[in-house]
Design a protein around this ligand. Structure first.
Ligand SMILES: [Zn+2]
Length: 142
């Protein structure tokens, strides 16, 4: 399902978006610091180097740790979808890694009514075609 605004890759995030187009959720990993990071950056946020940075595929499974509901976005492109949910999910294998995302149903539709938001519930990544040829990760309840 199309999204009104689609992220624009930069040199640091291009591998992430390429992996999304292949149905994989990857995050950066610094082998020197033994830590993952997201969003992608040119260098590790801890050690400041980039030559230890690689990419690791994740399970895409995550837990909901918070949410908000947007009733009046300052971005007019989102107005037709209002109100909509914004959830924060923490990766199951590394809860320090969070994604701000939509919560979608089985059909990739952004949930727009206020459901019982089950904080702590497990969800799984789904890749949604935000525009032709551009897949983005969103999450649905597992
Ligand atoms: Zn590092």
């Amino acid at each position: 399902m199309a999204r009104p605004i689609v992220p624009v890759p930069d040199p640091a995030s291009q591998p992430f978006w390429d992996a999304c187009n292949e149905g994989k959720l990857i995050v950066q990993y610094c082998s020197m610091c033994d830590r993952r990071q997201f969003p992608p950056e040119a260098a590790c946020r801890d050690c400041g180097f980039n030559f230890h940075l690689t990419w690791q595929e994740t399970s895409g499974r995550a837990k909901i740790v918070g949410y908000s509901i947007t009733y009046d976005s300052r971005l007019v492109q989102w107005h037709p979808l209002q109100p909509f949910l914004n959830v924060i999910v923490a990766l199951e294998e590394d809860p320090v890694i969070n994604f701000h995302t939509n919560l979608i149903d089985d059909f990739g539709t952004n949930l727009s009514e206020e459901p019982e938001i089950p904080i702590g519930a497990t969800c799984e990544v789904q890749f949604v075609e935000a525009e032709p040829g551009r897949m983005i990760p969103e999450w649905k309840l597992a």
